[in-house]
Design a protein around this ligand. Structure first.
Ligand SMILES: [Mg+2]
Length: 263
């Protein structure tokens, strides 16, 4: 069977930020820990909880869930339970403890804003762009052969700080952050210049996009270096729509990116 004709290069490249461009795990945990202790107290130590939190990061969709995840860990939910059914556990804790996601989001953002205000250098230093990624992104942005957008659930102002640190001058209107209050699939739908390729590290986000028939032309890539699990990667191996992308492919020419395949 012949493969469908597909474009070898995108004209619009939509990139998730955390887990695709930048590894913010250390900062996530620190921001979560600070937020957590505004709401609850614990006698446990940060450094014994951090590794568990890092392993469970793939379940998080939006920042407000981070303190709830730490709550779940401290309520002795097992890692397997959390990986298996995070949505239910998260909803249950929110209901039982009478939490307001909007309030949690505001607290996390305030923690970040205060941290940036008091120790910008320290905050920047705790983030790491994945190897080769900043250079590649800078090339794309400077060459102007394609339109690069960042589509993230992080606040755009935080993304801009981090890009500037790497000398990447991406105009503000190219960053679709949490402040736009728009789901990622809506943002993708708004890009007029096709073909559009989307690189994301959370499988559920890609699956949602794959569920819309009007977005069928968008090519979807799961970043294998980001916050996903071996199970997610195995699922993608059986999927005709979503391709697993390796970091060494991402940082090279589009000709080495995986082709769509028929199963
Ligand atoms: Mg991500």
């Amino acid at each position: 069977m012949e493969l469908p004709m597909t474009s070898k290069v995108p004209n619009t490249l939509a990139l998730d930020f955390d887990g695709v461009l930048c590894d913010g795990l250390l900062e996530y945990f620190q921001a979560t820990w600070r937020t957590y202790r505004q709401i609850w107290s614990t006698s446990r130590f940060a450094n014994e909880l951090a590794p568990v939190f890092y392993r469970l990061r793939p379940v998080i969709e939006t920042g407000w869930e981070m303190p709830v995840l730490l709550r779940a860990i401290l309520q002795e939910f097992t890692e397997a339970e959390i990986l298996e059914d995070w949505r239910t556990i998260c909803s249950r804790i929110v209901a039982e403890e009478n939490l307001d996601p909007k309030d949690l989001a505001a607290r996390v953002d305030t923690v970040r804003d205060q941290w940036i205000e008091t120790d910008l250098a320290g905050w920047l230093k705790i983030h790491r762009f994945y190897p080769g990624v900043a250079k590649r992104l800078r090339q794309w942005v400077e060459a102007k052969e394609l339109e690069v957008f960042i589509v993230t659930t992080k606040e755009g102002r935080f993304v801009q700080q981090l890009l500037q640190q790497e000398g990447i001058q991406l105009p503000k209107e190219r960053i679709f952050g949490k402040e736009r209050q728009q789901p990622k699939y809506e943002t993708l739908r708004s890009f007029p210049v096709t073909p559009v390729w989307f690189v994301e590290d959370r499988l559920p986000a890609l699956k949602t996009v794959a569920g819309f028939s009007d977005l069928a032309e968008i090519r979807l890539f799961l970043a294998d270096w980001g916050y996903n699990t071996p199970t997610d990667q195995a699922v993608v191996g059986q999927d005709s729509r979503i391709q697993l992308l390796l970091l060494c492919q991402f940082t090279q020419d589009f000709s080495v990116w995986p082709e769509p395949r028929l199963l």
